[in-house]
Design a protein around this ligand. Structure first.
Ligand SMILES: Cc1cc2nc3c(=O)[nH]c(=O)nc-3n(C[C@H](O)[C@H](O)[C@H](O)COP(=O)(O)OP(=O)(O)OC[C@H]3O[C@@H](n4cnc5c(N)ncnc54)[C@H](O)[C@@H]3O)c2cc1C
Length: 324
């Protein structure tokens, strides 16, 4: 059984979320004795293929053409539809990124098969492929089982698993495939393609201290940073703190920020809006400090501290200092 992974290419490098899909695919292939294969499109794909091989792919279909850059939907869709029709993989895993979530439903429509988006887990149980999504404000974990004969097309969210260091998985065979001849230039024209450089890697952080509007001002936010420093933690933030200019966007957690999976998250002066909560994945412990006992953050917190962060945080730092 062939498990395919879409190897998202950005500037000649495989994206981190694609590496997570690859690792998930590797685990799935291992659990059923299947093979892990990748498909890469675009230009300058040497390093993408090499890294995918180090991630466990044994075969990579490379569809290389300058006309495939920058990414636009139709040429990718047509290329994937053709090559999947030819090789019949059991499934295609894609990152739940702009590209992946663009391609998946359109490809499923073209191939008349099912697509399941934004999955947080995927596994085989009694030979059935179970795809899990968090729904209803993350309160319900729903299981989906793709049916029919076509391949299952599944997108996986950022943070779905840890990416191991590049390994040695034996020979990787790269097969060059001609791109489909699709003239999309008249339909879509990309004016600019820019990704802000990432300076902090919140996703890898084991402890995060998050600061919200309750910090009150930049001075108040410094307390959040001091607590993070005392714990050897990363600083995270809500959009309100970012919008206030107390911290950069690269520290924002949530729907339009990073998805994180720390062992410990300390939320300081954060109300717990759903757009923030969706960024906190995994089953790590959550501690919340808030003056309002009815704040929604307390519904997800394992430890609730009802109090003013300007009082509570200095006490925590002091206690940590005594312990050290
Ligand atoms: C499309 C969209 C996308 C969004 N994406 C994101 C996102 O990615 N990430 C994100 O975070 N938000 C996002 N938001 C915004 C989100 O809806 C909330 O507005 C935001 O998360 C609120 O931030 P906050 O908790 O810091 O502020 P508030 O909601 O204002 O909460 C402040 C909290 O601090 C408490 N407080 C006040 N003073 C103190 C004190 N002295 N000590 C302790 N507690 C105190 C208050 O009781 C309150 O609960 C998005 C919104 C939309 C519409």
């Amino acid at each position: 059984m062939k498990i395919w992974v879409y190897l998202e290419n950005h500037g000649g490098e495989i994206t981190d979320i694609s590496l997570q899909c690859l690792e998930k695919g590797r685990q799935l292939a291992l659990s059923i004795g299947g093979t892990l294969e990748g498909v890469a499109l675009g230009s300058d794909l040497e390093r993408v293929c090499q890294r995918a091989g180090q991630g466990g792919a044994s075969v990579i279909y490379r569809i290389e053409s300058k006309s495939l850059l920058p990414f636009t939907s139709l040429p990718y869709l047509e290329a994937l539809r053709r090559i999947m029709g030819e090789h019949q993989p059991r499934m295609l895993l894609l990152p739940a990124s702009t590209q992946g979530n663009d391609i998946a439903p359109a490809l499923a429509g073209a191939m008349r098969c099912g697509s399941i988006m934004d999955c947080v887990e995927i596994s085989f149980t009694n030979n059935a492929l179970i795809c899990q999504r968090l729904e209803y404000d993350r309160k319900v974990l729903s299981n989906y089982v793709p049916v029919g004969n076509g391949p299952a097309i599944v997108t996986l969210v950022d943070g779905v698993c840890e990416v191991p260091d590049p390994g040695s998985h034996g020979e990787v065979r790269v097969i060059d495939v001609m791109p489909a001849d699709v003239e999309e230039a008249t339909l879509v024209q990309v004016i600019k393609d820019e990704i802000a450089p990432r300076t902090v890697n919140l996703r890898q952080a084991r402890i995060i201290v998050g600061g919200g509007a309750g910090a009150g001002n930049r001075e108040g936010f410094k307390l959040v940073e001091e607590l993070a420093g005392a714990l050897g933690a990363e600083v995270g933030a809500t959009r309100a703190s970012v919008d206030a200019g107390w911290v950069g966007h690269d520290r924002q957690i949530g729907q339009t920020g990073a998805a994180v999976r720390p062992d410990l998250y300390i939320a300081c002066g954060i109300s717990g809006a759903v757009q923030h909560r969706v960024g906190i994945l995994g089953d790590g412990k959550v501690v919340a400090i808030n003056t309002d006992p009815g704040a929604p953050i307390f519904r997800m917190a394992h430890y609730a501290i009802v109090g003013d962060l300007r009082v509570v945080i200095p006490k925590m730092i002091q206690a940590l200092g005594k312990k050290g």
